[in-house]
Design a binder for this molecule. Structure first.
Ligand SMILES: [Mg+2]
Length: 401
């Protein structure tokens, strides 16, 4: 069995007339200027952010074709500059892959990783490009053997995986309260809300409102997108402890503040979650050794695909740390790739579900068979490979190039 071609498609909502703008729904913009109004303390991170959030959604699908006519599909996280990912796949990784046996996933992963030890191999575009290829190879493997990926990973601890709502729609506190009610009514029992900009008091008011709205109908996750310095984060987490229904505090600090994470983790029983920016096992290893978190959030389409996310999950387990599958503004390929690893690892907490999956432009509309997201769970089945069958006509509507 040989790989005969590797091709990329950039999907973008820029192709759609009147499509939702991400900044309208997520409440995040970049560059994030200092918030209006007086601050009581200088916020070190007020003008920084984890990354750019563009107005249009984009992603890159990777198609691996073989000489047995089996085609695998993968996805590389590519919300910004998707042409970079496409170029890395086509110019750098494809020559490594053509003519090779697609079943040799471990070997091919190491070869792809070794193309760029000299530059940019630890995270970002290169790892996202490798992720797209790796997921496609696992899809090939599953289809070739007629087995779902979770079985090829060693079997499932569970097939019904809990998922949480990625965000709360709306800009104002009242709109976001309504957004929380909406996602709870849709069947989710775990809801994430973003914060981290503006005064500490304003952020407390916002999260208190979200917590009160969730009340005992579920659990709240709080994501600060790296917006606090350690001093504010320590005060904020003490406030979160008192709310009673907060499950984790995500990206409280900038990811490079390792000492800060260590101190924050030691300070509180609230789970300190980090890791969507950690794209390989070596970076995760250092975080685990230094006890910088209670929960890791690897993203399968950033962290080198199914192969590397599995290694990260297994490494975390050695340290007694759980993980939750991070999923971003992407398609069912991304969601399902993470869910297969989630099913096959004992220490997976929950998976993120992209906001607006039911009716958004990258969600069920791109699938021949909609993904069943019921009562805050997705159930994996026996479909070979990823279990995603794309509606190619619908996909074609979004192809930028
Ligand atoms: Mg996050």
């Amino acid at each position: 069995m040989k790989i005969t071609s590797v091709a990329c498609q950039i999907l973008s909502t820029a192709r759609l007339q009147g499509a939702e703008r991400y900044e309208d729904t997520a409440g995040l913009k970049f560059p994030q200027v200092a918030s209006e109004g007086p601050r009581q303390f200088a916020g070190r991170t007020d003008i920084r952010h984890l990354c750019v959030y563009p107005a249009d959604r984009s992603t890159v699908l990777v198609r691996v074709q073989t000489d047995t006519d089996v085609e695998g599909v993968g996805e590389a996280h590519a919300p910004v500059a998707p042409r970079v990912v496409k170029t890395i796949v086509e110019d750098l990784l494809t020559p490594v892959l053509i003519g090779e046996d697609p079943r040799s996933i471990e070997v091919l992963w190491e070869r792809m990783f070794s193309t760029m030890r000299l530059r940019s191999h630890t995270q970002g575009f290169t790892l996202e490009a490798i992720a797209g290829v790796d997921i496609a190879l696992w899809d090939v493997l599953g289809k070739h053997y007629g087995e779902p990926i979770w079985r090829l990973l060693g079997g499932a601890y569970r097939l019904r995986i809990p998922v949480y709502s990625s965000g709360t729609p709306g800009q104002t506190v009242d709109e976001r309260r309504a957004g929380v009610v909406q996602v709870l009514d849709e069947g989710f029992s775990v809801v994430k809300t973003s914060c981290g900009r503006g005064t500490l008091e304003a952020q407390m008011d916002l999260v208190a409102a979200m917590s009160e709205t969730v009340r005992d109908r579920g659990r709240l996750l709080v994501d600060a997108h790296g917006g606090f310095d350690l001093s504010d984060a320590l005060r904020f987490v003490q406030f979160l402890e008192k709310l009673g229904n907060v499950e984790w505090f995500e990206d409280a600090l900038l990811p490079e503040d390792h000492d800060g994470y260590r101190e924050l983790t030691r300070s509180t029983p609230i789970r300190i979650a980090v890791g969507e920016t950690d794209c390989n096992r070596y970076r995760v290893r250092d975080r685990l050794i230094h006890k910088e978190c209670d929960l890791l959030l690897p993203d399968v389409c950033r962290a080198g695909g199914i192969s590397e996310t599995l290694r990260i999950a297994q490494l975390a387990d050695v340290f007694g740390v759980s993980w939750a599958s991070h999923v971003s503004t992407s398609t069912a390929v991304h969601l399902m790739a993470g869910l297969h690893v989630a099913a096959a690892t004992p220490n997976c907490f929950i998976s993120e579900s992209p906001s607006g999956f039911a009716d958004g432009p990258f969600g069920n509309v791109l699938l021949k068979k909609p993904l069943a997201l019921e009562n805050g769970h997705v159930t994996l089945d026996e479909t070979p490979g990823l279990g995603v069958e794309l509606d190619e006509d619908a996909v074609a509507q979004l192809v930028l190039e």
